[in-house]
Ligand binder design. Sequence first.
Ligand code: ACO
Length: 435
Amino acid sequence: MTAQKTATLTFSDGTPPVEFPIYEGTIGPDVVDIRKLYAQTGKFTYDPGFMSTAACESRITYIDGDKGELLYRGYPIEQLAVNCDYLETCYLLLNGELPNAEQRRDFEYRVMHHTMVHEQMTRFFQGFRRDAHPMAVLVGCVGALSAFYHDSLDINDPEHRFVSAIRLIAKMPTLVAAAYKYSMGQPLMYPRNDLSYTANFMRMMFGTPCEEYQPNDVLVRALDRILILHADHEQNASTSTVRLAGSSGANPFACIAAGIATLWGPAHGGANEACLVMLDEIQKQGGIEKIGEFIDKVKDKNSGVKLMGFGHRVYKNYDPRAKLMEETCAEVLQELGLQNDPTFALAMKLEQIAREDDYFVQRKLYPNVDFYSGIVQKALGIPVSMFTCIFALARTVGWIAQWGEMIADPDQKIGRPRQLFTGPVRRDVKPIAER
Ligand code: ACO
């Protein structure tokens, strides 16, 4: 990076002014490089929640929150969602370019021939209670993969990094489906490598050894689109967690497990689950007629109620994924003969009312991808408790692509934020009788 511009910071406490280089990206805001601030002034910056901080340089995903634009390696999400499938999207995120036909075939072959998990893994599931949240199971099992693949854990070897990426992408559907099957008390299904990535996952989720599972093309395509839309989203909380964990040199399976743990929170990947719970609650209380009352509660700061599936740290315009998800939702409900699904009708009405309400307009709160993805998943037969696992499955490629980019970056250092300390100053321990 070379600086074309500089910024000068002046101080009111007599500290001499300091000049910092400014770097330009290909798109997006410039960044002021403050790495020398502490050495030159003895001061830190203060930015909890990273409101104004770029923590890394990246070439993978770009979001323009004001325009409502999402680009993977420069390609708009709308074009990828219509013209590509999830595995092509994975190839793009990992390699920087879309595959040609031969590269696609080769990539699919590699992924689909790493789908099985070690047979001993299946015993891990039995250690969990049947009613364990599947995200708890997933955090544990993905972390445990580190114990099985010692042959690909040298993070400084690009071939090891690639094999680990393929293994993670390939095995996540098997683990997610196994977590579901275990919770149901049904036999775990082995993968079928002749099916597409997404059809194989649906078969492992919904098939049983008792009869042949027939994938429905419309539903497979809908789930594949959910995976594409969730594949990456630049430096969000879980991705930043993966990068931070990886910055210490931790192995990729451990790093992805840390990402899964972060994704679980309701302000992040847990939102689609929380959104559907919210819609069911409104439905129970009277449905569309009760929307007004619910919106009043959301606007009351003391209620602690949020409109789940609305708002985003970066998108201050329509989340482009929400639009695609709304279309997919309509297609799936049509295919399943559920056009009059009351939850979908409620969601559309709620969106319409919220988008006309000053509270949401002024704060630029629009539906995010989670607003409709829960309805689609429910229609596909995926239970609410599995929603965040599907998100984790989809995001694995984004996490691993970002992790790989970080490891290969010569500027990479262990992540070590600093703090503004406001606790007690030094004091002495008194004997217990005097405290
Ligand atoms: N419902 C009601 N009010 C909201 C909502 C919401 N969903 N989201 C934000 N607001 C309000 C805040 O109360 C705040 O109001 P104020 O200015 O009067 O205090 C204002 O809008 C700004 O909100 P912040 O919390 O500062 O926005 P932030 O960028 O920190 O939060 C977040 C973004 C966490 C996504 C938030 O909008 C939220 O909690 N949404 C609901 C959960 C959700 O859908 N999460 C999914 C995110 S997308 C994803 O992870 C795939």
